[in-house]
Design a protein around this ligand. Structure first.
Ligand code: HMG
Ligand code: MG
Length: 298
């Protein structure tokens, strides 16, 4: 059966804006986050405390975070290492996310480390975050396909998932960074994770929509008991260190499907569409979301 409720983990302000050509002004980002919270999203990933040279689009994290910190929603931030954690803790962040890779190629491209070298970098981050009572999400990229290595073996993904959970991550997000997954692959990975003792309640899914499969993949995951789904308002997104990545599953497309299935999200679709249309104006190009287009041209 399907769940009665799904928690949407909104990544537009982070995964979306990190991939923009131009740098969005800090005040516009803050307004975006506020409007997402107003639309009923309860988890709004705000920014990243990564090296500013690696992701200049989010180099204003120190100025942005205090502008949104007091909103009544969860505001996770990405931290790759202890330096990132220090920056996040200094601003009283209560939720952080580390981001691992299932493949060596992407671990090098995104983190300048081997897969295990990146895990070693995260270990003290997770330990210190937990000691400070901070919630930790563990992202895992390239769970299905990798632009350099092709299809990614399920066992390779399961190994890194186990390592992240054993380290103390509270939840995982399974990333289809380049959007190549199809529903049978999703089911096979979730079954393998279940077989390895990973509780489905600890798993979220993070689909990019490159091949138009993100909604089908999401439905396959819901049928396997997943209740946390990552999405980005208006379908903004991609990843600057994985060239073939396009935007994430659009939050509006997700909400449309879930509403039709009778699954509660708490999101006001009208307000969310208005927010994505507003952001599309700021960015100077239309949203790629079918639902945003259908509902904003009335
Ligand atoms: P590195 O060059 O190996 O860094 O990069 P390092 O550890 O050797 O440090 C070099 C210098 O950087 C030092 O300064 C550090 O202090 C400084 P120096 O002593 O030389 O003056 N430094 C920092 N400064 C500010 N904040 C920091 C920080 N860390 C080091 N946090 C590093 C390693 C991890 C830092 C780098 O590779 C990096 O920042 N990578 C981030 C890449 C990124 O953000 N990618 C996008 C997010 S992942 C994603 O989008 C996928 C996801 O959506 C899921 C999916 O779709 O699959 C999550
Ligand atoms: Mg992503």
């Amino acid at each position: 059966g399907l769940p009665a409720r799904v928690r949407i983990h909104e990544v537009g302000a982070r995964d979306g804006l990190q991939n923009e050509q131009g740098v969005v002004p800090t005040e516009v980002k803050a307004e975006f986050v506020r409007r997402l919270a107003d639309a009923g999203l309860t988890t709004v990933e705000a920014t990243s405390f990564v090296h500013p040279k690696w992701v200049p689009q989010l180099a204003d994290a120190e100025r942005l975070f205090p502008l949104v910190r007091d909103l009544p929603v969860a505001l996770p931030v990405l931290v790759p290492n202890e330096r990132g954690l220090d920056r996040a803790l200094a601003l009283e962040a209560t939720r952080v996310a580390v981001f691992a890779s299932a493949t060596e190629s992407f671990a090098q491209a995104n983190l300048n480390r081997t897969v295990d070298g990146a895990l070693a970098m995260f270990e003290p981050v997770v330990a210190r975050a937990k000691a400070a009572d901070v919630h930790v999400r563990g992202y895992l990229s390239m769970c299905f396909g990798d632009p350099w290595e092709g299809a990614v073996p399920v066992a390779q993904v399961v190994r890194v998932c186990r390592a992240l959970l054993d380290m103390g991550c509270d939840e995982l997000s399974l990333g289809d960074t380049i959007g190549v997954a199809t529903p049978g692959h999703v089911t096979a990975l979730l079954d393998a994770l279940g077989g390895a003792g990973v509780p489905v309640g600890a798993l979220g899914v993070h689909f990019h929509d490159t091949y138009g499969q993100a909604l089908a993949n999401t439905l396959a995951a819901l049928q396997r008991g997943v209740t946390t789904v990552d999405a980005s308002a208006g379908g903004l997104g991609g990843c600057p260190y994985a060239k073939s990545a396009t935007g994430n599953l659009a939050t509006e497309d997700l909400v449309w499907m879930l509403t039709g299935l009778g699954i509660d999200t708490g999101v006001d679709l009208g307000r969310l569409v208005a927010t994505s249309a507003w952001m599309a104006d700021r960015l100077g190009r239309p949203s790629p979301s079918r639902t945003v287009r259908a509902l904003s041209h009335k």
